[in-house]
Design a binder for this molecule. Structure first.
Ligand SMILES: Cc1cc2nc3c(=O)[nH]c(=O)nc-3n(C[C@H](O)[C@H](O)[C@H](O)COP(=O)(O)OP(=O)(O)OC[C@H]3O[C@@H](n4cnc5c(N)ncnc54)[C@H](O)[C@@H]3O)c2cc1C
Length: 462
C-alpha cells in the first residue's frame, strides 16, 4: 500500500491521459486533484453539437482492442456504438490528383500510377500503410522501442527506397495530406512500423466481426464520465504557467492560483508544454525533446450539404485530393450507414497551415471553392459550418506528436523521464498503443511510477 495521503498528487490536464492517471491513483486510495486549463474536460477528445452531424473534432474511432477506453466506457456507463458497417465506406472515395478525378477502377492501369507492377491496384491513400504492414519486422507493437530496431529509425523515404520504390511512387504513397510531417523525409519509419503493428494487433480483437466503436452522444462522454467518477471535481480554467520543485512541487497558474503537492503528473501535450517554465531546469536532452519533437498541424472543416450532389455526377461522395482540401470525408452518423449526414475536410501538415493563416470564414470558403472546382455538381450545394484547428489550439499545438528520423532513438527515453517527483504522461509517451488507448496507457504508467516510488519508500521505512 502507498503512504501517499490526502491531496498527495496533482494531475495537470484532464484529457484521457490525465484522467486515467488520476483514477488509477484514486483506485489505490490516493487523493488526487486534477487541474485543467480549459473550461471542459476531454482535451483532444472533443465532441460538438454545433457542427452538423459530425460530432467529433478529435478522437473518434475506438478500436475493438482498446481495452482501457472500452473498459472506461463500460465502468462509467457510456454506451458504445459498433461502427463496423460504416467502415467499408472509407474505402469508397475518389482519387483527385491536380484537380482531376481518377476513378478507382481506372487506377491500376492509369498512366499516373507509379507503383510497382505487383502493387498497382493499391490506392495512394493506403499504399504506405500496406507496405508497413506487409514488411513489418515488429513482433509486438512495443518492439518499436527495442534497440534492435534502431536501424529503422531512418526516414520513411529511405525505408521505402530500400524496398525498391521510385521517388515518384514514394511521394504519391506518402506525400499527400499526410498524418506526420509533409512528406516521407519528415517521419521516422519506426513510428510508421509501430502504427502499422498496432493496427494489425487491434484486428486480432475484432471478435464477432466488430472492428471498432464510437460512443453514443460523442466520445467526449467518456472523459466526462471519468471526471465525474473522481471524488474531487477537476478545477477548470487553471492554465499552468510554472512548476517549481523546492522539496515539494509548486504549480502556478495564469489566474494566480497556486497548488502544492509532493507529486505531480503533467499530461500537457508536448507543443503546449513549451509554454510552461520548469525549475530546476530539465536535462538538456529532455528540454531538447520538448522543443524538437513536432506536432502535426491538423485542421478540420465541417460542411453541410443542401442536396445529394454526388447522385447527379455519379461519383462517390468522399474524395482524397492532393490539393489544400485534403481528404473530404462524407460522415454517416445517422441510423442508416448508407445515408450521408454531413462532410468533413481533413487537412494536415502544410494544408492545415495554409488554412490556419486565413480568417475562419475565408478558410471555409476556400475549401468549398476547391471542391466545386473538382466537381461542378457541388456548386452552391455546400455550406460552411465551422472549423477546428488543433495547431492553433494553445492547449494542444497540433493533433498529435510524431518523431522525425533519428528522434525515436535519440529522444524517446528522455521525453517522459520523471524529473524528481514531476512525472509526465500523454499520447506522445505511449509505448504499446496509439491514440486514445495510448493516452490512457501513458496515464496509468505515470500513476504506477508514483505508486512504485511510494511502495519502495514504505518498504525502506519498514
Ligand atoms: C483530429 C483528431 C482525431 C483523432 N482521432 C482519433 C481516433 O479516431 N482514435 C484514436 O484512438 N485517437 C484519435 N486521436 C488521438 C486522441 O484524441 C489523443 O491521442 C488523445 O485524446 C490524447 O489524450 P491526452 O490526454 O494525451 O492529451 P489531451 O487530450 O490533449 O489532454 C491534455 C490536456 O491538458 C490540458 N492542458 C494543456 N496545456 C495546459 C496547461 N498549461 N495547464 C493546464 N492544462 C493544460 C489540455 O487542455 C487538455 O485537456 C485523434 C486526435 C485528433 C486531434
Amino acid at each position: 500500500m502507498s503512504d501517499v495521503h490526502h491531496d498527495e498528487v496533482i494531475v495537470i490536464g484532464a484529457g484521457l491521459a490525465g484522467l486515467a492517471a488520476a483514477l488509477h491513483l484514486q483506485n489505490q486510495g490516493i487523493s488526487v486533484q486534477v487541474i485543467e486549463a480549459q473550461e471542459h474536460v476531454g482535451g483532444r477528445v472533443h465532441s460538438m453539437r454545433q457542427h452538423g452531424s459530425n460530432k467529433e473534432a478529435g478522437g473518434t474511432y475506438i478500436g475493438a482492442g482498446y481495452k482501457s477506453v472500452v473498459g472506461a466506457a463500460k465502468d462509467y456507463g457510456i454506451e458504445l456504438i459498433d461502427v463496423t458497417p460504416t467502415l467499408e465506406f472509407f474505402r469508397e472515395q475518389e482519387l483527385v490528383l491536380n484537380e482531376k478525378i481518377i476513378r478507382q477502377a481506372e487506377w491500376p492501369v492509369h498512366p499516373a500510377n507509379p507503383f510497382p507492377k505487383m502493387d498497382k491496384s493499391y490506392m495512394p491513400w493506403n499504399y504506405s500503410r500496406i507496405l508497413t504492414v506487409r514488411e513489418n519486422p515488429l513482433k509486438e507493437p512495443k518492439d518499436w522501442l527495442n534497440p534492435s530496431q534502431s536501424h529503422n529509425d531512418i526516414s520513411l523515404f529511405s525505408w521505402m527506397k530500400k524496398l525498391g520504390l521510385s521517388e515518384e511512387a514514394i511521394n504519391l504513397a506518402y506525400g499527400i495530406n499526410v498524418s506526420f510531417g509533409n512528406n516521407a523525409h519528415d517521419v521516422s519509419a519506426l513510428l510508421m512500423l509501430f502504427r502499422a503493428a498496432f493496427s494489425s494487433h487491434q484486428r486480432r480483437y475484432a471478435k464477432e466481426g466488430i472492428i471498432g466503436y464510437t460512443a453514443l452522444n460523442g466520445v467526449q462522454q467518456i472523459p466526462i464520465a471519468m471526471a465525474n467518477a473522481l471524488y474531487k471535481e477537476p478545477h477548470l480554467g487553471k492554465v499552468v504557467k510554472s512548476i517549481d520543485d523546492d522539496g515539494s512541487l509548486e504549480i502556478r497558474c495564469a489566474d494566480g492560483a497556486t497548488y502544492r503537492a509532493p507529486h505531480v503528473i503533467c499530461s500537457i501535450p508536448l507543443g503546449a508544454l513549451r509554454d510552461v517554465a520548469i525549475k530546476p531546469p530539465l536535462s538538456k536532452l529532455q528540454h531538447k525533446a520538448i522543443i524538437d519533437i513536432p506536432s502535426q498541424p491538423t485542421t478540420q472543416i465541417f460542411l453541410a450539404h443542401k442536396s445529394k450532389f454526388w447522385e447527379s455526377d455519379g461519383l462517390k461522395p468522399s474524395m482524397y485530393t492532393n490539393g489544400v482540401a485534403g481528404m473530404i470525408a462524407a460522415a454517416r452518423n445517422g441510423e442508416d450507414p448508407n445515408e450521408v449526414t454531413s462532410f468533413t475536410a481533413w487537412t494536415m501538415g502544410s494544408n492545415a497551415q495554409i488554412l490556419d493563416k486565413l480568417p475562419v470564414d475565408e478558410a471555409g470558403k476556400l475549401i468549398i471553392q476547391e471542391i466545386e472546382k473538382i466537381r461542378p455538381s457541388a456548386q452552391g450545394q455546400l455550406e460552411f459550418l465551422g472549423l477546428k484547428s488543433w495547431g492553433a489550439d494553445p492547449f494542444a499545438r497540433g493533433g498529435w506528436a510524431y518523431f522525425r528520423p533519428g528522434q525515436v532513438t535519440q529522444l524517446y527515453k528522455a521525453i517522459g523521464k520523471p524529473h524528481g517527483n514531476l512525472h509526465f504522461c500523454g499520447e506522445h509517451l505511449s509505448i504499446a498503443n496509439r491514440g486514445m488507448e495510448g493516452a490512457m496507457e501513458s496515464g496509468k504508467q505515470a500513476a504506477t511510477q508514483i505508486l512504485n516510488k511510494d511502495i519502495t519508500k514504505q518498504m525502506n521505512l519498514d
